[in-house]
Design a binder for this molecule. Structure first.
Ligand code: RM4
Ligand code: MN
Ligand code: MN
Length: 396
């Protein structure tokens, strides 16, 4: 690889931070049960510790996304504890994720629920999350609404749009400068007939209604088959409404598979749209790059390291696109040459350049290998397996 290309790869890697999800280190399940792992994290300390391990080996993950009900079960009261862990492990709290889907009350929805008392309960929880976000200096509040219905005719879709508009405005009204409300969409699951925020158009309209600090969050697994995700990203960039990503891959639905494991070209194309936007506008898009994956079968920390490395590889490849040349070829409609300019970057092997970048930062050249050699997994397996042995896997 030429010096200029290596330089582009290094610059790109300097820029890319990827946020880890606290829930990605915990035992999580399928719809049919959980597969318990002896080394899984069951406390917030353990989640911070595991995240710190991934960051120590990759140098790219300084923040940890928190799911409030799972990680701060006492709400604001748990803030000092999180702050303490954050400084102990040198990992900053990342996006603050409300939980408006797990409580029994949310059976028929949260802020789209026909019962005003339950809508208020959900809004109250998100308002608490805004306070937590402020107290922790973690500016992104990132709710995912499971709201929807399972059978035609059972809910008034338009009324629920109104409830969402109202609720989101109420939440947005308390945001301080710098805080952002990131609205995530998902076409189905758990609702199987209609989902209140089912796609990027609905998320965009609701974000616009909510107020100027609301943006759209694109979870790469939350699309129908064959949907052109990079086009959605391009639209959101154009509208200045792109807030962040939840990275994962999918083959069928919201599969939470490792990023790029099924379709690495898709992720590359997304990165390409962002890089091209940034090249044209000479700005850095304000995007939170976050992982949202629950691994049922893979070792959780290994899978996270693999994911971060994949993100770096695909981002670095996108950095090799010659945008000056591409812009000219697009203008001339030189289709084959334009496409080859993109494909040519995709097929570059950036791994040697990434290894050199790691060495320059005193990081291990091969983070996965270093993790296996480091003894951390053996230590936590020893410490945690007893507790995990008693975890329940069954839904019965
Ligand atoms: C959902 C969605 C949310 C995540 C939950 C756990 O499918 O992706 O972002 O918070 O899963
Ligand atoms: Mn998500
Ligand atoms: Mn999901």
């Amino acid at each position: 690889m030429k010096d200029r290309a290596v330089e582009l790869v290094w610059k790109a890697l300097d820029k890319l931070n990827v946020e880890l999800p606290s829930w990605g280190f915990a035992n999580t399940g399928t719809r049919f049960g959980k597969f318990i792992q002896p080394a899984a994290a069951t406390t917030i300390e353990e989640k911070f510790s595991d995240a710190a391990q991934v960051h120590a080996l990759t140098g790219a993950c300084p923040t940890l996304a928190l799911h409030v009900q799972w990680d701060l079960p006492n709400g604001l009261k748990d803030v000092p504890k999180v702050e303490e862990l954050s400084s102990q492990f040198s990992i900053r709290p990342g996006s603050i994720n409300p939980n408006i889907f797990q409580n029994q009350e949310y059976k028929y929805g949260s802020i789209g629920n026909p019962d005003p008392a339950i809508r208020q309960m959900a809004i109250r929880h998100i308002l608490d999350c805004v306070e937590i976000s402020e107290a922790l200096g973690a500016p992104d509040i990132s709710p995912w609404f499971a709201d929807g219905s399972n059978y035609p005719g059972t809910q008034n879709i338009r009324k629920r749009i109104g409830y969402f508009e109202e609720g989101l405005r109420e939440i947005h009204a308390v945001l301080k400068p710098g805080q952002r409300l990131l609205l995530e969409y998902k076409p189905f699951e758990p609702a199987f007939y209609h989902t209140d925020i089912a796609d990027w158009g609905m998320a965009l309209l609701l974000a616009r209604r909510a107020g100027p600090q609301a943006r759209v969050l694109v979870d790469t697994g939350h699309h129908y088959q064959a949907q052109n995700i990079e086009q959605i990203v391009a639209w959101l960039l154009h509208q200045n409404m792109m807030g962040g990503f939840h990275f994962n891959d999918r083959r069928y639905a919201d599969d939470d598979l490792t990023l790029g494991s099924i379709d690495p070209y898709q992720i590359f194309r997304i990165f390409h749209e962002i890089r091209m936007f940034e090249w044209e506008t000479q700005t850095t898009a304000d995007i939170a790059y976050m992982i949202d994956q629950s691994h049922n079968l893979k070792g959780k920390i290994e899978a996270m390291i693999q994911t971060v490395c994949t993100a770096q590889e695909l981002y670095a490849r996108a950095a090799l696109v010659d945008y000056g040349r591409l812009a000219k070829l697009q203008q001339e409609c030189s289709l084959v040459d334009a496409e080859e300019t993109l494909r040519g970057a995709f097929w570059q092997d950036v791994r040697p350049a990434i290894q050199e970048w790691r060495k320059s930062r005193n990081l291990p050249a091969d983070p996965l290998q270093a993790f296996r050699a480091g003894g951390y997994l053996e230590r936590i397996t020893g410490e945690r397996s007893e507790k995990n042995r008693n975890a329940t896997a069954s839904y019965a």
